[in-house]
Ligand binder design. Structure first.
Ligand code: GLA
Length: 317
């Protein structure tokens, strides 16, 4: 019997730091206990099937990855996932990272993430940042990952047992054809005026006369600061403060960045008013997807409790 393997890649939820990665900013996601698994063996020709991913849209990610992995080996196997698709929990990034590992990618977690991000660009044309792929490649059980998207430095920060993270699905979405690419361009327009947003202070942004571009920049600059204060609040068990920072972050994504929806705003308000909830915000690219909440362990919030999980890996069956 030939040896069979499993390439496993988790989904991710972003605790804070959205729409900052492509501007060289800070993000604070965690890998979750839902994953995509490719069970495979080496073969003469590549053939992958999936029982629970509908349609064949997923194959374009596989093809994009295969084209990028140097000396990709041929594998035969099946793809299965417990990550809801189109929910903003990085099902496509998980598929890319799992596929790269199945095709025999060798290199650092940063290189794995860079290749997988390139595959996303090639497959969909969405000019995404590196957060999803890097969190998925590098996650550590029990920790969220603070990522500096400029230096690609990673800091694993423990998620205390005395809080639980709940995710509520609001609406399916795809970033393809959304205003995601417009936001990336708007941040570029702001940087053309004030230089890297990562280095800018809020007071520098008065130089931006276009009101819409200025709001985009205000979001990125303030969100970078929120990532740092949130990570510090979590580490010092100041969950009340952490929750307030999440709510502020949500307001900024809604009002400055225009990537929330009425349903997401309602869900954030409703969840935040629930006893035992410290704070909530939309998570990921927006225009639908999920809301994430930080709660006391016995808070009663509709949604899934997610555990901070290990990053991608290959295991022998
Ligand atoms: C999507 C992208 C990420 C990031 C988020 C917003 O998930 O893939 O690179 O830009 O949106 O934070």
């Amino acid at each position: 019997m030939p040896e069979t393997f499993r390439a496993i890649a988790p989904g991710r939820v972003n605790l804070i730091g959205d729409h900052t990665d492509y501007a060289g900013g800070l993000v604070f996601p965690m890998a979750i206990d839902r994953s995509t698994v490719i069970e495979f063996l080496e073969a003469d020709a590549t053939s992958l099937v999936s029982a629970d991913v509908e349609g064949d849209g997923w194959l374009r990610y596989i093809e994009a990855v295969r084209g990028l992995v140097p000396g990709a080996r041929a594998v035969s196997g099946r793809v299965a996932t417990t990550i809801p698709i189109g929910a903003g929990l990085s099902s496509s990034a998980a598929l890319e990272v799992a596929a790269a590992l199945a095709f025999g990618f060798r290199g650092s977690v940063v290189e794995l993430a860079q290749l997988s991000r390139q595959a996303e660009h090639d497959a969909t044309g969405v000019p995404c940042g590196i957060m999803d792929q890097l969190c998925i490649a590098a996650g550590r059980a029990g920790h969220a990952t603070l990522i500096d998207c400029r230096s690609l430095e990673l800091t694993h920060v423990p998620v205390p047992d005395s809080v639980k993270v709940v995710v509520r699905f609001i609406a399916s979405r795809t970033l393809e054809g959304s205003e995601y690419a417009t936001r990336v361009a708007e941040c570029g327009a702001a940087e053309a005026i004030v230089g890297p947003l990562r280095d800018a202070a809020l007071r520098d942004l008065v130089a931006i006369t276009d009101e819409r571009i200025r709001r985009r920049a205000v979001h990125v600059v303030s969100e970078n600061a929120r990532v740092q204060s949130f990570a510090a609040a979590l580490s010092s068990f100041d969950f009340g403060l952490a929750g307030e920072i999440m709510l502020e972050g949500h307001r900024s994504l809604a009002e400055n960045f225009d990537v929330s929806t009425a349903a997401m705003d309602r869900a954030v308000r409703e969840i935040a008013e629930t006893p035992g909830v410290y704070g909530a915000r939309m998570t990921g690219g927006g225009f639908g997807g999920c809301v994430v909440a930080l709660c006391e362990p016995d808070a009663r919030v509709d949604g899934w409790v997610v555990e901070a999980s290990a990053g991608a890996r290959v295991v022998r069956n």
